[in-house]
Design a protein around this ligand. Structure first.
Ligand SMILES: [Zn+2]
Length: 404
């Protein structure tokens, strides 16, 4: 006859083998142990412990080795009331895990103690299907996709750069896109501004952008800001978004975007294009990191700055630079990788070459320097499309810019 054990005996065995930890004690422990929530999926709707990994009891033996590869790691399991986690911990002990505890009283006791809980991410079935290729990437996954869906990005301009950026951010599931543009679609835009179509000539660009984006992905809310960005509306517009993607085509706007971002502490992903040349870089205010004014202290003199119409731009080029900006935006939202902070990425389409120039914060910068500005600087003139000589490399002026 095999030995039969009652539930009570099983629990008694588990208790003898697995120590328990009280919720308050667990909340104060530093460094934090690995916390595993072994409840069923629907039980986590009311929240989970901050930082806990969810491995339902039914999958525990199958998934624990990839979740906690180190068998000597400090591991705490919990369930709803403290019983299932005790039994689960006993099973893990049999698998060779050496430092296991079970949280006494489970999630209920944690909540009753007034300790913080984290609401879990819930993608719909449709979202799981749509973003399945993101969910497969460990650096994105369900949590990363939820960050994207909860993120708010403001695009300055729905032109050459803003078009590819908006399309790919929308496809990636960035939940809210604000678009600032006071222009209407012109026939000459269609060579590169892929948000817009021939039948929309004369339509406001924000309206055309919204139509295109919503046809692509209904998860994305689009805010139309049919205005020209200026010193009076910049703060209010920027404050509603997590980060700004600057696809503007003139220096006045770029300085204004920079200064407002520095004052509000918002990341600013910059791109510019000129004929066959493009540039991209990212500014994240604070921590001694440089801003746009550190890189380009002054707009170029007008004689070095041909107008957009005169200069021209290869239609495909903004696709490259706008998508570098989109990648930067997604990385910042996910908190993954190395953004282009302090690095100016230069692209030469004719040579098909990328190169990178490092730059640093200028202590004398009027925006982010030792004496930081308290409000927007007096003037943001609309210097035309152009070419900005970089302070660090004045001998070889970098043609940067315009014609978004
Ligand atoms: Zn600066």
């Amino acid at each position: 006859m095999p030995t039969m054990k009652t539930k009570t005996e099983l629990l008694k065995d588990a208790r003898a083998r697995v120590p328990e930890v009280q919720p308050v004690e667990l909340s104060r422990q530093s460094p934090k142990p690995v916390i595993i929530d072994v409840r069923e999926k629907q039980e986590t709707d009311g929240g989970i412990l901050p930082g806990a990994k969810h491995v339902p009891r039914g999958f525990l033996e199958l998934r624990i080795e990839e979740t906690v590869p180190d068998r000597n790691a400090d591991v705490v399991l919990y369930c709803a009331g403290g019983t299932r986690s005790l039994l689960a911990a006993k099973t893990l002990a049999e698998m060779g895990y050496t430092r296991l505890r079970s949280m006494a009283g489970g999630f209920g006791a944690w909540k009753d103690a007034g300790l913080p809980v984290e609401m879990p991410v819930r993608l719909t079935d449709a979202q799981r299907a749509r973003y399945s290729r993101h969910l497969l990437i460990p650096e994105v996954g369900e949590a990363g996709q939820a960050k994207l869906l909860n993120s708010k990005v403001l695009l300055i301009g729905a032109g050459g750069l803003g078009s590819p950026t908006a399309l790919y951010l929308a496809a990636a599931g960035v939940g809210r896109l604000g678009i600032v543009d006071d222009d209407v679609v012109d026939e000459s835009n269609l060579q590169r501004q892929i948000l817009h179509t021939t039948d929309r000539i004369g339509m406001p660009k924000t309206e055309s952008a919204k139509k295109t984006i919503q046809a692509l992905n209904r998860d994305v809310a689009v805010d139309e800001h049919r205005v020209r960005l200026n010193r009076d509306n910049a703060f209010e517009l920027f404050s509603k978004y997590d980060l700004i993607v600057d696809g503007s085509d003139n220096f006045g706007t770029r300085y204004l975007v920079n200064d407002a971002c520095v004052l509000l502490g918002k990341p600013n992903v910059h791109g510019s294009i000129f004929r066959f040349d493009g540039q991209a870089t990212t500014f994240v205010p604070g921590g001694g990191r440089p801003c746009y004014r550190c890189l380009f202290p002054e707009p170029p003199p007008p004689e070095l700055a041909p107008s957009c119409q005169e200069a021209g731009v290869l239609g495909v080029l903004p696709g490259i630079i706008g998508l570098v900006q989109a990648v930067e935006a997604v990385k910042l939202i996910l908190g993954r990788g190395e953004p282009l902070v302090g690095r100016l990425l230069l692209y030469d389409a004719l040579e098909q070459k990328f190169r990178e120039v490092k730059y640093e914060r200028d202590p004398a910068c009027p925006a982010c320097g030792e004496q930081p500005m308290r409000e927007l600087l007096p003037e943001y003139t609309e210097a035309s499309c152009a070419i900005a000589p970089r302070r660090t490399e004045a001998a070889t002026p970098v043609r940067v810019t315009a014609t978004a």
